[in-house]
Structure formats: C-alpha cells, structure tokens
Design a protein around this ligand. Structure first.
Ligand code: C2O
Ligand code: CU
Length: 433
C-alpha cells in the first residue's frame, strides 16, 4: 500500500475551509445533493451529497454532558441514517439501520436526541450504504468540548478525505466495484486536509483535531510548522502526551494534537517521491503573548487500569479478500467464517463484563476495526494496556488484543471501517444485556 505521488491528481496547496454553518433551531440536519468544490477553484465542482448545503456537513460543537437534539431530514434520494461515531450513546440513537433503527426512507425524518457524556473529537456519518454515502459526503465533525478546555489560541478541526474523481470533476460512480472491495477498498485519486481556519500566527498554540473521513485510505502523515504533542486518540485523552512521530490515521480514527506554530502548518503524505502536501494553514503575523505553560495531558486523562482478568477471552478472525487464504463466508470478507449480520451476535456480555478479544488479521490487507458504543484498550506488545480507542488498525498478517469493558447495554456493530469491506461482509455485532 505504498503511496505514489501519481496516485493523486495534481493539487494546489491552497487551504480549503471547512464550512462553518450555524444550525437552525430546532436543529435540522438535512441530507441533500450539494455541489462541492473538491478540485481547485479553476476546475469544475463535484456533485455530492451533503448536509445543510455542504460536505463535510456542519460542525456540531457542544460541551460534555450537553444534549444534542437533531432532526435528520433525509432528502438525499436514498434511504439513510446517521451514526455518531465514537459517542458512548444510548443504543436506540446509534443510527444503524437494521440493528438499532429502521432505515430513514428518502423524504422522511428521524429525531436523534442524546447526551454526549465524554469530551473529545468525534464525527457523524451515514450508516446506510456507507461505502457510497460517506464517499458521497454525508458526514461531518462532532466536537465535544471539555468543561474546562486546555488553553489554546485556535481550536482547529481538520477533516482528511480522498475522492475518486473523473476528469470532468464528477465522482466516479463505481461504488460497488468488486476489485476495490476485495482489495484495500475504494482509494481516491485526490486527497485533501480541510481545515476550519485559513491562517494562524507565529507562536499561536493550536489544537488540531484530525479526522480521517475516507472510506478506505490509511493516511500516514507528516506535520510541519507546528511543534507539540499528540494529546488524544479517537477522542480519548492520553495519560501522557506523545511526540508526533509515525503519525498514521486509519479510516474513522481521530488524532488530537496541541502544538505551537513555527511556520505554515502543513500536512503531507510521505511518498516515494517525497512528501505530498494535502493541506496548509498559512502563518501570518505573530502572537504578541504566546502561551508559555508546557503542553500537558488533557483534563480527564487517566492512566490505564492494570489488566484485570477479563471475564471472557474471544477471537475475531478477519478472513477473505484477494490473495486471502481460508474463508468460509458468503461475501468477499468474513469474521470467523461468517459474512454480515446474523441473528446471533458474535458475543453476549452481561453489563460491566470485561473481555479480551484477539483480532487476527488473516488477510493480505490492513483493516480498521471499529466497535460501536464503547472504547477499548489496545494491548501493547509487552502486554501493557495501551491507548483507549474506538477503531484499531490491524495490519495484514498481524493480530492485536483489545480489552473492553462492555458497560453500555444494547446491540452494537463491530466492523471494519474500510467501508467496502463492511459492505462485503466484514461486520458482526455484540449484545450487552
Ligand atoms: Cu463510523 Cu459503524 O461506523
Ligand atoms: Cu477491512
């Protein structure tokens, strides 16, 4: 999965602004066709789907513990539903057609109403034909602020995505391409990091909230022009801020960085031909009173609990795909020999039970495995508990243990976030009773 510069069309370094649309009261998120300027200004716009007139949709921003009430008005032309990725949510609000709610038919509405218990960087996206609807643009950022946020001059959301575009600027319509689905998923030929600000000042302390909204592309990233630390992964604060090295962000993952601006802030993808820039925030002027206190952990960061003996130990084996070995599922991909959701969950847990799950990647491709409604600890090579995540990247031929306390009652999807893989069977569910 080496990236080549020529896998992307030429792009300008001009920064692209994320839309800042206020939500009407009562808040309505209307999925609908939009024209989006994905290519540079001199090129044609692209017909996409979006929310309230733009893709990405409006940034929803609220404070921990607050309540979000949204009427989803589906004018997209297809059945849809919204999933609130990473939120410890009431199961009925999780937005999974066929598991937690009926699909919202075109022209119909559905009311989502829930509290956001934990601060962090999240996003919302369609969970119906997601490999198509997320690619078409039905998604947006969801930011939950800390009750007392860390001091920064700018809090900047950066959505990273790629698109497969025709020469005319139109989105390639081959959403059900089986070659993509059996390989790494639908990879775009144009990529961009879209920031909510166009400029910063020298000496500003910035918080960068990176969200990978791509349906399949894993972005290895280089950040220049900002000197600081990773402070949170998938919305959860790290007990100790980590240096920004080997920054890799899989589909659906988030990375929060706090850093001091030293130049134009740029994100690049390393390629064999050198770094390929996908977004830049210009540095203009100087901050007369820079924040000088050291960059520390976010409020609420807790050291990992010692690994308690889990109540259950389970194995989830990823199988299938091109160049794959053993595979018994009916789709291109499967978990433990089964493709897609069946009436029986992969596992049932009594509320509060802890489980250690070994994710075995027995395929020739990487997979980003996402559990709904919970965060889990990645278990590190030495056996210690690593970061809390809601989506973990397991490379081809590798395996990873996760430990999760299943404390949120309901039926929760557990699937690959390479969305074409999910479409072709790499999904299951768990039940917490
Ligand atoms: Cu972000 Cu089931 O997905
Ligand atoms: Cu996958």
């Amino acid at each position: 999965m080496k990236l080549h510069r020529r896998t992307f069309l030429a792009t300008t370094a001009a920064s692209v602004l994320l839309p800042k649309l206020a939500l009407a009261t009562p808040q309505v998120l209307r999925a609908e066709p939009v024209m989006a300027q994905i290519l540079p200004e001199t090129e044609p716009a692209t017909r996409m789907l979006g929310l309230n007139g733009s893709t990405p949709g409006p940034t929803l921003r609220l404070r921990e513990g607050e309540r979000l009430s949204v009427r989803f008005d589906n004018q997209s032309g297809q059945g849809s539903a919204l999933h609130w990725h990473g939120i410890r949510i009431d199961n009925a609000m999780d937005g999974v057609p066929g598991l937690t709610q009926e699909i919202v038919a075109d022209g119909e509405t559905f009311d989502y109403d829930f509290t956001v218990p934990d601060p962090g960087t999240y996003w919302y996206h369609s969970h119906a034909r997601s490999w198509e609807q997320v690619e078409r643009g039905i998604y947006g950022p969801l930011i939950v602020e800390e009750a007392s946020p860390p001091a920064v001059d700018r809090d900047i959301t950066v959505v990273i995505d790629d698109w497969r575009l025709e020469r005319t600027g139109a989105l390639a319509e081959d959403f059900d391409n089986r070659h993509d689905a059996s390989h790494g998923g639908r990879l775009g030929n144009f990529a961009r990091a879209m920031a909510s600000e166009t400029s910063v000042r020298q000496g500003d302390r910035v918080r960068l909230r990176l969200i990978n909204a791509a349906t399949a592309r894993i972005f290895p990233l280089e950040l220049t022009g900002a000197d600081g630390f990773i402070v949170a992964l998938d919305g959860r604060p790290l007990p100790e801020p980590q240096p920004i090295a080997d920054l890799v962000i899989a589909p659906a993952q988030r990375v929060d960085i706090i850093a001091n601006v030293t130049g134009d802030v740029a994100l690049s993808v390393p390629t064999r031909e050198g770094p390929f820039e996908i977004g830049r925030i210009a540095m203009t002027g100087e901050n007369p009173a820079p924040i000088s206190e050291p960059i520390g952990p976010l409020p609420g960061a807790r050291a990992a609990m010692p690994p308690a003996t889990p109540d259950q130990s389970l194995t989830l084996s990823m199988e299938g795909g091109a160049m794959g070995g053993r595979h018994g599922g009916s789709g291109l991909w499967s978990f433990n020999g089964t493709s897609g959701l069946t009436d029986t969950p992969f596992a049932r847990f009594a509320r509060g039970e802890a489980a250690r799950i070994t994710l075995v990647n027995d395929t020739a491709f990487p997979h980003g495995i996402h559990l709904h409604g919970h965060h889990f600890h990645e278990v590190e090579a030495g056996g210690s508990l690593g970061a809390l995540r809601d989506t973990t990247l397991v490379n081809a031929g590798e395996s990873r243990d996760i430990i999760c306390v299943f404390d949120n009652p309901g039926a929760w999807m557990f699937h690959c976030h390479m969305l074409g893989h999910q479409a072709e069977g790499m999904k299951t569910w768990v039940e917490v009773v």
